[in-house]
Ligand binder design. Structure first.
Ligand code: 13P
Length: 247
């Protein structure tokens, strides 16, 4: 039985001071005993977030990382830096990073490997545009993202990973995928993982749905057989995140 995992992706919101305020409010509302809960905060908020979450079971995640160890890469954050600060999860290949920061399946793959090497858990994102959905190529496109992102990764490591399916047309739009649409693609992701790494790995890897998850639709989405939780944007910045976690 896979444990549910619910992560908040704060995106570029909250200064360090605001982050601590939000955490102090949310940590009283979130029951992290039954599900895994993660706050993926901006890099500058990681240290105060780890401090504010001491004594709770809520983990801190980053929203990006670079795939080199150190050196002349102005503006980037290394995996060792994140690890030393107490980061346990790293979102990789979010569609916003693919769209605005030229992230590709190849860079996603390098980052996934680095994050694993440094003992953290990747939350690897995938998902189609509205145009791709309308053209009927969603499954094919997502399969390619999964194959590219996981190329050369060890099956034992894939077992412990998280994959987030986020249809781009559902992100920040209030237009959630239907439960069946979300299940169809999450199921297809488990199938491609099974084809590459075998049934055992596919049974253990956790797959989240993301895209306008809220307090009202979370329970039905998370009840689907291949949906093991959610990656939540907008609603993770409010008390509503407590309703989602306590679904
Ligand atoms: P929203 O929940 O705001 O649609 O964002 C989803 C998302 O992109 C999480 O990574």
């Amino acid at each position: 039985m896979r444990k549910k995992i619910i992560a908040g992706n704060w995106k570029m919101n909250k200064t360090p001071k605001e982050a601590v305020e939000l955490i102090n409010m949310l940590k009283t509302q979130v029951d992290s005993n039954i599900v895994d809960v993660i706050f993926c905060v901006p890099a500058i908020d990681i240290i105060p977030a780890v401090e504010a979450l001491k004594g709770t079971k809520i983990a801190v995640g980053a929203q990006n990382v670079y795939f080199e160890e150190s050196g002349a890469y102005t503006g980037e954050t290394s995996p060792a830096m994140l690890k030393e600060c107490g980061v346990e999860y790293v979102i990789i290949g979010h569609s916003e990073r693919r769209q605005y920061f030229a992230e590709t399946n190849e860079t996603v793959n390098k980052k996934v490997k680095k994050v694993i090497e440094h003992g953290m858990t990747p939350i690897m994102c995938c998902g189609e545009t509205l145009e791709q959905r309308e053209l009927g190529v969603t499954i094919e496109f997502v399969r390619t993202q999964i194959k590219g992102g996981l190329a050369g990764v060890d099956g034992e490591d894939v077992k412990r990973m998280v994959i987030a399916y986020e249809p781009i047309w559902a992100i920040g739009t209030g237009k959630t995928a239907t439960n069946d649409q979300a299940q169809e693609v999450c199921g297809a992701i488990r199938t491609v993982v099974s084809e590459i790494f075998g049934k055992e790995v596919a049974n253990e890897v956790r797959i989240q749905y993301g895209g306008s998850v809220n307090g009202k639709n979370a329970a039905e989405l998370f009840a689907k057989p291949d949906i093991d939780g959610g990656l939540v944007g907008g609603a993770s910045l409010k008390a509503e995140f407590g309703e989602i976690v306590n679904y």
